[in-house]
Design a protein around this ligand. Structure first.
Ligand code: GLC
Ligand code: CA
Length: 553
């Protein structure tokens, strides 16, 4: 059933709340996405992944679902969804949904039932335990929730605690219960039968919990004991019955484990998102990098060595990460060049690239004041800091951290034009619009042949023109120790691509190994007005990138 179409695809992630508002309530919606289908077609993407658009009370912007078979009120109706799906499909663009099934909303009817009594038929859909301590009012263990506080919440009605690895409005499902697994398979089939083309599986390695919750260490939940068996079952019951792309968000999976998980014959995930390059190594570096370029390359180049029957997902941005500008490349004077250089470094690696909305414009981090944060994680982090003994100091450090790493940076409204609110809404936007929208927006970039947007279109088209080389070619790292330049080659038979991307705000030199100085090279793409000459040493102006095609010597 699986054609593995995704090996040639570029995927674009939409965060519906911040993409396009069609009715002036300040919140992005499905009819808004429908208006922009042609924009995405022109960009050249092959698939979109929608962050959750199911019914939700929005404690965590849709990652807390109260009905898996219906659409969030603010986003529209199921009819709007069907119309949007048909519009994408008629343009040859596939649609992936976000599958959030580690937890539901506490407003989901299953949980409403579950909390009623210890004998309710839905009790075992969730993870309930007696408390500890003399009064049994202390939580079963010391686990912390990702958004702060204990991972356990006491529920008066039955006098027990339930587990929530995220907010207390996101109770964890009990995947050891076969009924839960059957429900999830049904939900997947519901959407697959509707015609969606796959899923991005939210925190999927967390779904299975350690056997003895009273004594398990928190680490044990990141990659739980049975999660692979449960996903395998889901593949057989749903995923593999259709021509899907299944990508898992896989915190805690390192390179070694990824090989066994993404093997084509394993029946688990087609690819996964790892987090090794988004680690924060240098918290307050002046150049705003979260890790050195050398380390960044070391991590990503290693992931390029996945065995032949495995596949990788490539990304620099998503809705949980700050913008790649200034995180991985300079956002000041050389912002546009840097955005293009990063684009090339990503799009020509082996694997399926995922772009996040606004990345194709070179959108940047935002300047926020304390009141601007909307993400539950940021808001809680600030509140927790204030409660500490030296609250003012703790708050200062929390703020400095958020100014660089808050998830809010990715969630500011999409910058469509120089009109008020960046053309995102005619009303009051649900969160701050980045003030740089007059300089950085889609409408202006559509008119400018030198824009980041146009460059993305060219790069994506080029990737298609050399599809077999980009899909199957060997990956050859170049200059791994270089501190400024991200460079590699792709080689298939006697054809190769040489890809050189400076990520430095200074002019730099880069040594080109003899095997790539064939004398028959053809420059395919470059972000500089005067492209560098391919010799033993390349002279690269700030953030210059270039792609050459050549035959091997
Ligand atoms: C994933 C999502 C994130 C969400 C969390 C809980 O990490 O990407 O946005 O907050 O899961 O569902
Ligand atoms: Ca709206």
């Amino acid at each position: 059933m699986k054609t593995r179409w995704y090996k040639d695809a570029v995927v674009y992630q939409i965060y519906p709340r911040s993409f396009m508002d069609s009715n002036g309530d300040g919140i992005g919606d499905l009819p808004g996405i429908l208006q922009k289908v042609d924009y995405l077609k022109e960009l050249g993407v092959d698939a979109v992944w929608l962050s959750p658009c199911y019914k939700s009370p929005n404690d965590d912007n849709g990652y807390d679902i109260s009905d898996y078979r219906d659409i969030m009120d603010e986003f529209g109706t199921m009819q709007d969804f069907d119309r949007m799906l048909a519009a994408f499909h008629s343009r040859g663009i596939r649609v992936l949904m976000d599958l959030v099934v580690n937890h539901t909303s506490d407003e989901h009817p299953w949980f409403q039932e579950s909390r009623k009594s210890k004998t309710n038929p839905y009790r075992d859909y969730y993870i309930w335990r007696d408390g500890t301590g003399p009064e049994k009012k202390d939580p079963p263990n010391h686990w912390r929730a990702c958004f702060g506080g204990s991972a356990w919440e006491y529920d008066e009605t039955t006098g027990q605690f339930y587990l929530h690895l995220f907010s207390k409005k996101q109770p964890d499902l009990n995947w050891d219960n076969p009924k839960v697994r059957a429900e999830v398979a049904d939900i997947c089939n519901f959407w697959l039968q509707k015609g969606v083309d796959g899923f991005r599986c939210d925190v999927i390695t967390y779904i299975s919990k350690p056997g003895d919750l009273y004594h398990a260490a928190q680490d044990e939940v990141v990659v739980g004991p049975h999660w692979k068996a449960y996903i395998h079952e889901l593949s057989e019951r749903a995923f593999n019955r259709f021509d899907t792309l299944i990508v898992g968000e896989a915190a805690g999976i390192d390179f070694r484990r990824a090989c066994e998980i993404t093997r084509e014959d394993a029946g688990l995930l087609d690819m996964l998102f790892h987090f090794e390059h988004t680690d924060v190594r240098t918290m307050f570096a002046r150049n705003q990098r979260s890790m050195s370029l050398r380390r960044f390359k070391r991590v990503l180049f290693r992931w390029q060595t996945l065995p032949k029957n495995c596949w990788g997902a490539l990304y620099y941005e998503n809705h949980d990460q700050p913008r790649s500008l200034p995180r991985f490349a300079p956002a000041g004077e050389y912002r546009a060049a840097a955005a293009k250089s990063l684009a090339v470094s990503l799009l020509f690696q082996k694997g399926t690239p995922f772009l996040y909305q606004g990345q194709e414009l070179g959108m940047t981090n935002c300047v926020f004041s304390k009141e601007d944060y909307r993400d539950i994680q940021s808001v809680n982090q600030l509140a927790d800091a204030r409660r500490k003994p030296f609250g003012r100091i703790a708050e200062y450090f929390a703020e400095r951290y958020l100014q660089r790493f808050a998830r809010d940076h990715a969630r500011t409204p999409m910058q469509w034009s120089g009109a008020p609110n960046a053309g995102f809404t005619s009303g009051t936007p649900w969160m701050k619009v980045n003030e740089n929208y007059r300089q950085i927006n889609a409408a202006d970039q559509q008119k400018d042949p030198q824009s980041v947007l146009q460059f993305y279109k060219n790069a994506i088209a080029l990737r298609k023109a050399h599809a077999d080389l980009v899909r199957d070619g060997d990956f050859l790292p170049i200059g791994e120790k270089d501190k400024n330049v991200f460079a590699f080659a792709r080689r298939l038979g006697n054809r190769q691509l040489l890809v050189v991307c400076s990520l430095s705000p200074k002019a730099v030199h880069f040594a080109v190994p003899a095997e790539f100085r064939t004398g028959n090279e053809q420059l395919l793409l470059c972000n500089a007005e005067t492209p560098p000459t391919l010799g033993a040493v390349l002279q690269l102006a700030p953030c210059t990138c270039a792609v050459w095609f050549m035959e091997t010597k």
